[in-house]
Structures are given as structure tokens and as C-alpha cells.
Design a protein around this ligand. Structure first.
Ligand code: CA
Length: 227
């Protein structure tokens, strides 16, 4: 999952970025309304963590613009947004939710609770109610970042798990290499040109070659029904 953190407190932003990274999520940080809007127009994100009191304006303004964005273009007007702010008045929470925020956390918050809420938002965004994803003999647990195949735990690297999760979440849709990269790597990642191929290769070796299919020239997909 690729997350945009919009936060002007450098300490909080750095802490969040490190925490999300530990959870296997790629996070980019912007500190204002203008820079956040530019980032959202340029890259596909899966979720936004949005502070309200920003360096150059109010996060609510960014949310308003996002929800009014035209369909089929970046930024995605339906992008899940979780507000994180020190404003703890009920009225401010109601205003943000009615403006189109999906969830709201008051600072200071527990980072593990934040992560659980982010997973819940992601489930809703991809139309899934269950916390675990089942796909044939595979069962992925996004909270623990574990995978079992026919009930047996399979040892995956953080990136391998992220590639598989990205594909299983949208199955049987095809994701291009660039789409997978955009979900896994943030701006400061040093990227090998064949990184995604290498992860897919390892996943096939560990899970069987039929788990991930290649659509030549387009990308990769996990078939809906597996034998
Ligand atoms: Ca702030």
C-alpha cells in the first residue's frame, strides 16, 4: 500500500513514515496543501493521512478539492482519507467527516490503532469485509503480514508479501509493473529496473508458478479461481 502523509510537523511525519515502513507500506510525506495536491495529481496513492493545520492552509481544503476531482483522472476522488489532527472538538470531527473524510484520529494517537484503521479503510476501498484474504489455497493476513499455503506458513520477504497482496487484492485484474512499483516504493527508494520481476520470480518459486500469471507486455495478475 502506498500512503501519502500530509503533515507539517517534521517529527510526527518522520515517525509515521518509519512506522509505516516497518509495516511494509511505502509512505511519502508532504507538508502543505499545495505540495500534497501536486503529489496526488502525479502519483497513484492508496490512502491519505491528512493533518488539518498545515503550513500553507487547511487540510480540509485539500479534502474538498479531492472529493470534487473529475472522475477517471488523478487524483482519485474516491481515495480513502484519514484525518489526524490535534483539533479534538466534536464539531471539527463532524465537519471533516461530512466533507468526505473516511475516518478521524485525534493526536496523540497510538500508531498501531492508526495502522488498524488504515487496513480497515483499505478493505472497504477494495470492497472486502474480511480481514484475511483467501485465494485458493493461499491465505494472506495483512495485519500480521503472514501468508499460509494449504495451512502452512510460507516465509516471504516484506516486498514479496506486498507484491502478492497488491495482486490478490485486485484479482483478477492485471497490474502493470509500473503500477506495482508505484504501490511498493516511495520517492526516495532506489529502484532496480527489474525489481518487480525478481519478486514475482521468487513468489513463483515459493508458491508454484501458476499462482501469478503474466499477461505479456501488460503485467501480472492472480487468476480468480485456482485449481
Ligand atoms: Ca499541523
Amino acid at each position: 500500500m502506498r500512503v501519502l502523509v500530509v503533515e507539517d510537523d517534521e517529527g510526527i511525519a518522520a515517525g509515521l513514515k518509519a512506522h509505516l515502513r516497518k509495516l511494509g507500506w511505502a509512505a511519502d510525506v508532504t507538508d502543505g496543501v499545495t505540495s500534497a495536491w501536486a503529489a496526488l495529481c502525479a502519483e497513484p496513492f492508496d490512502l491519505v493521512l491528512l493533518d488539518l493545520g498545515l503550513r500553507d492552509g487547511d487540510g480540509a481544503e485539500l479534502l474538498r478539492r479531492l472529493r470534487q476531482a473529475p472522475a477517471q483522472r488523478l487524483p482519485d476522488a474516491a481515495l480513502p482519507v484519514l484525518i489526524m489532527t490535534a483539533r479534538d472538538q466534536v464539531a471539527s470531527r463532524i465537519a471533516a467527516l461530512d466533507l468526505g473524510a473516511d475516518d478521524y484520529m485525534t493526536k496523540p494517537f497510538d500508531p498501531d490503532e492508526l495502522a488498524a484503521r488504515m487496513r480497515a479503510l483499505r478493505r472497504r476501498a477494495v470492497g472486502r469485509a474480511q480481514a484475511h484474504l483467501r485465494c485458493g489455497a493461499l491465505e494472506l493476513n495483512p495485519a500480521a503480514r503472514t501468508l499460509t499455503q494449504a495451512g502452512k506458513l510460507v516465509d516471504l520477504s516484506a516486498r514479496e508479501f506486498s507484491v502478492l497482496l497488491a495482486l490478490v487484492e485486485v484479482r483478477p485484474r492485471v497490474l502493470s509493473r509500473a503500477q506495482i512499483e508505484a504501490r511498493l516504493y516511495n520517492w526516495d527508494s532506489v529502484l532496480d529496473s527489474n525489481a518487480v520481476e525478481v519478486h514475482v520470480h521468487h513468489l513463483r518459486k515459493k508458491l508454484g508458478s501458476e499462482v501469478i500469471c503474466t499477461l505479456r507486455g501488460v503485467g501480472y495478475f492472480v487468476p480468480q479461481e485456482r485449481p
